[in-house]
Ligand binder design. Sequence first.
Ligand SMILES: C[S@@+](CC[C@H](N)C(=O)[O-])C[C@H]1O[C@@H](n2cnc3c(N)ncnc32)[C@H](O)[C@@H]1O
Length: 363
Amino acid sequence: MTVQLQTAPAAFDADRAERFAERMAQAMNDGALMIMVSIGHRTGLFDVMAKLPPATSDDIAKAADLIERYVREWLAAMVTGRVVEYEPANRTYRLPPEHAAWLTRAASPNNLAVTTQFVPFLGRAEDMILARFREGGGTSYEDYHRFHEVMAEDSGQTVVAALFDVILPLVPGLEKRLEAGIDVLDAGCGSGRALHSLAERFPRSRFVGYDLSAEAIERASAVAAAKNLGNLRFEARDLTGFNERAAYDLILTFDAVHDQKDPEGLLRGIAGALRSGGVYLMQDIAGSSRLENNLDHPFGTLLYTVSCMHCMPVSLGQGGAGLGAMWGEELAETMLREAGFRSIERRRLEHDPLNVYFIARVW
Ligand SMILES: C[S@@+](CC[C@H](N)C(=O)[O-])C[C@H]1O[C@@H](n2cnc3c(N)ncnc32)[C@H](O)[C@@H]1O
């Protein structure tokens, strides 16, 4: 790529400009690839291709029950994006098993295609967010297409799949207490998948899920009813001003504090809602509160983008603080202390570079 410079100031570094243009070109390709990977996931094309030998676009389209002309164009993007291999002599396409290992439903919880859905999801919100840049204000969850669906699928991989093997063991003795029977709240539970798993596994414990979104709670309650989970209750409610005194032994929040209207108030409410000996397990986005520390964050751009286009505006839209997803671990810890937590541990989990876990106690 050549950059035409009309009047280059003396200090202008043309090599640097050239490198930047190349970086932008690569970003354009990668951004486009994310949309196509999302389509590959939603159409089931990756799942179909993982089971096929090298196949023509006709065979792939037939196996996926899709229109061949669209499948062929998608395949071209996959081939040039180095996701799928192409054999020109036979016009066959192949998804290598090493790639299928990160792109199929069978590969879950390692299915990265699930997370790529956030890119087209945010693209659809561009006009709405553009208006917020000019006019201020925020958004509401209902303004976004498929938020709770994509979120539930994503946290199904990062949280639910790791719940029993990795997340609960973060709190020593917790599994035994859950087996014996305790009261548990998931605040900002979304579609409630974590609670469905917990309530099924620990029938002696009692579980409650609160979330602002009536749509998410309806979905969560329907699953609980279908699974006949009598020890699990969901309620659509705004957690602003949450104040249930000494009501729970375990409180969970999964990616649900930073986009609240009043995160500080919620943390205070959680501290007050724990019984003596109780524990608060908070999962939130991993990162520093200081931008300069996030330059090498492996998902920095993605997270600030999700924050700018979703997490921050949904909080502002509630008249809230608009902390943003990258509020950072330093601020999170300070806010936990100010809320009354005295013992705070911070843990990272190997399977999940996007999130951090805090184990907090008031005693
Ligand atoms: C990023 S989602 C996480 C959902 C779920 N915990 C998960 O991991 O899939 C954040 C959730 O917080 C909820 N939320 C935001 N503000 C809230 C408020 N003021 N009161 C109750 N819930 C709220 C949203 O409805 C949303 O479901």
